[in-house]
Ligand binder design. Structure first.
Ligand code: PHE
Length: 347
């Protein structure tokens, strides 16, 4: 074997033995570097004759090209091995079961509200929204509450540490009834000066607040206010509308409605609405679901309307109560604990 063949073999063996790209570069330097073995051979050419130089030079060059080819081959092999290693490490097992993305559901109170809005919408009621921080006038005075009415007292109503322009403390609305006034006022204003005014027919669902907390009362709860005012709206309309609503809400005709005389400053006469299921687990029990009544003339006046001309009814129902009855929940607090084991049942 010629010395050049031996050199090529040595280089190939060295390259093959280099386990990493860095060590391969060291091996390269030993053969092709400035003082590497190939370079040394080239330097030796100077001592030869012109003829010898030609042949020997060409041979050394061939060897050099072969060594470079061996180097490139080893570089590629190392890179391929590295890639292989990485792919193995990041291997994806496509047979594993996929990770599921949880599907969210609407809160039961939201679902109940949407039902209520859809049912009253089908009866031609508008849906209105209003502020939860109210003035004394909208929460109480406009609703014909006497100055000393207990609903105003600190025991029932949450007050906000801020006063309105009349110097009265703002409150967290204890009922949705202020929306009767707000909506009717805007309506009266819109049609002021016109010969006829379309009827006011609206529901206003939303959050309400009272200082109260037990299994059936939460300091934050939900009501839906209803108001229908026109020139000839009577209690029989209230009965028809409410019966239609409640049978649609519970999807059953197997229930009865009862209007029990009551008192609210803003309605006269006033009634509590009770329902009784004729079948199912709650069969035979009267359950209170709403306050209601014919809108008091003074309240009609506070809306900016003439009580000699306009008359109507209002009701205020507890949405949480309706949701509890519909979904069979017996502790109101479950709605507001945020426990996903409870909430995830409503999808
Ligand atoms: N606002 C009353 C309540 O919260 C309910 C009600 C509304 C009664 C409208 C009559 C008319 O108890």
């Amino acid at each position: 074997m010629s010395d050049l063949d031996a050199l090529l073999q040595a280089a190939q063996a060295d390259f093959a033995a280099a386990p990493t790209p860095a060590e391969l570069e060291n091996a390269k330097a030993r053969f092709l570097g400035k003082s590497g073995r190939v370079t040394e051979l080239m330097k030796g050419l100077g001592a030869l004759s012109i003829e010898e130089k030609k042949t020997r030079g060409a041979e050394i060059n061939q060897t050099k090209v072969a060594i470079e080819a061996a180097l490139t081959a080893r570089r590629d092999a190392l890179a391929a091995a590295e890639l292989e290693k990485q792919l193995k490490a990041e291997a994806l097992d496509v047979t594993l079961p996929g990770r599921q993305r949880g599907t969210a559901g609407l809160h039961p109170i939201t679902r109940a509200m949407e039902r209520i809005e859809a049912i009253f919408g089908s009866m031609g009621f508008d849906v209105a929204d209003g502020p939860e921080i109210e003035t004394d006038w909208y929460s109480f005075s406009a609703l014909n509450n006497p100055e000393n009415h207990p609903a105003r007292s600190m025991q029932d109503t949450f007050y906000v540490d801020m006063k309105d322009e009349n110097g009265s403390w703002l409150n967290l609305r204890p009922h949705t009834s202020p929306m009767q006034i707000r909506y009717a006022q805007a309506h009266a204003k819109r049609y002021a000066g016109q010969e006829t005014m379309p009827e006011i027919r609206v529901i206003a669902p939303g959050r309400t607040y009272r200082v109260d907390s037990d299994a059936t009362h939460s300091p934050m709860f939900h009501q839906v206010e209803g108001l229908w005012v026109g020139e000839n709206i009577s209690f029989k309309d209230l009965k028809a509308v409410y019966l239609n609503f409640i049978t649609a809400f519970f999807e059953t005709d197997q229930l009865q409605l009862r209007f029990r005389p009551s008192y609210f400053p803003f309605t006269e006469p006033s009634a509590e609405i009770d329902i009784m299921f004729e079948s199912g687990p709650l069969k035979g029990r009267w359950l209170e679901v709403s306050g209601s009544g014919q809108v008091h003339p003074q309240v009609i006046r506070n809306m900016g309307l003439d009580p000699e001309r306009y008359i109507g009814f209002a009701f205020g129902s507890g949405i949480d109560r309706l949701a509890m009855l519909r979904y069979g929940v017996n502790d109101l607090r479950a709605f507001f604990d945020g426990d996903l084991r409870f909430l995830s049942q409503f999808k």
